[in-house]
Design a protein around this ligand. Sequence first.
Ligand code: ARG
Length: 471
Amino acid sequence: MSKLWGGRFTKQTDQLVEEYTASIMFDKELAEEDIQGSLAHVTMLGKCGILPAEDVEKIKDGLHAVQGMIRRGELEYTIQNEDIHMNIEKTLMDQIGPVGGKLHTGRSRNDQVATDMHLYLRKRVVEFVGLLVKLQEALLEQAANNLDTIVPGYTHLQRAQPILFAHHLMAYVSMFQRDIERLQDSYKRINVLPLGAGALAGTTFPIDRHFVAEQLGFDRVYENSLDAVSDRDFILEFLSNASMIMMHLSRFCEEMVLWSSTEFAFVELDDAFCTGSSIMPQKKNPDVAELVRGKTGRVYGNLFGLLTVLKSLPLAYNKDMQEDKEGMFDTVRTLQGALQLFAPMVSTMKVNTERMRQAVNQDFSNATDIADYLVNKGLPFRQAHEVIGKIVLYCIQQKKYLLDLSLEEFTGFSNLFDGNIYDVLQPENVVNARNVYGGTASSQVSAAIDRAKTVVEQSQAWFAEYLEKSK
Ligand code: ARG
């Protein structure tokens, strides 16, 4: 089969070389974007008088026909045609004859492939904002239902101070909000048109790049033709943003794995999101959470893979850059899978409020509050800290918790204690005493939920607007 670029060759390509250099096995995922880009390009060729109107019409009809074949799964991709761009071009020529060969006027595969990936990734970025918003909604709902649920808060995975479970969940809402904002910001750099850069230097044809940009909904065109065809920063940025999202999900997964263990028993994950063991009949494993945690590794790997591919590449296009695709597609699929499962896993998670309460009653997470109590009575904080340390040690030796101590026992450590210490130590009061902006007091957490709802509405509006724009 003759190659689209076969003119200067006297020999057939070695079959192993053909297989080794082809990308059609994976870049067929860009078929829709490739057609979309070609339609805009050929329209521009007509508008600029580079191709006669009748050729433009034939090519457009042909492209639509090829698009139909792709959508119906009828296009047979071949390795001989190397990649998606040449598979489509060859099929176009089979459909409409030699006039199809005019489509590539003033264009190179280098600016073409870059354009396809910009189109592809901007759609994905918008979809990911939508999925993150759904996850935030699931978290907000659980948070609103758990405004009275008190749970130990941890540092070093040691009980630290009691907090509202809602407050803990809202921390993730903030993390995913930063992820959303990073994706939204990256859109500015993705939504730039490379087409018109040619192979590397521009083109001799009097093309109109801004007209193409306008048709495809790009806000800008690349300033420099070399940069246009060799830039993959926008993919790296996406891979980096995806890595951070996976890292956030993975931290949450780790907590779900811990919380659903018998040792914690703070939550129970829904049966639909767990699997059993082939040997131990009692097992209910949090596989989804574990797997999301595990798949974080491949997403980081894809980021490092592409960083390494691009390092030391001379300008402009090099075939090495074909390696940008599989990691990007894999990251998109991995992130889609994780986010799609996560929201329902959070929504269906049963919270064991009693067990959480029991944990809070049987710990020293109210110790800071007695120190603060003595400080309010005039004792310097360092001295108060020392006194409470001794009380805690006494309790451990006596197998008691702070609320079990008699007033005599308290006053044995400091005569500043009086009867209202028992109120101060109640978990509700401990929580509500942290009444600072961003703190765990229930009025603060309710206000935080309200503010987050407004932010989520803004993200929804952004999503609706950009879903249209990115098509
Ligand atoms: N399949 C190639 C890629 O994905 C398309 C660009 C090829 N350009 C070239 N000069 N060989 O990078």
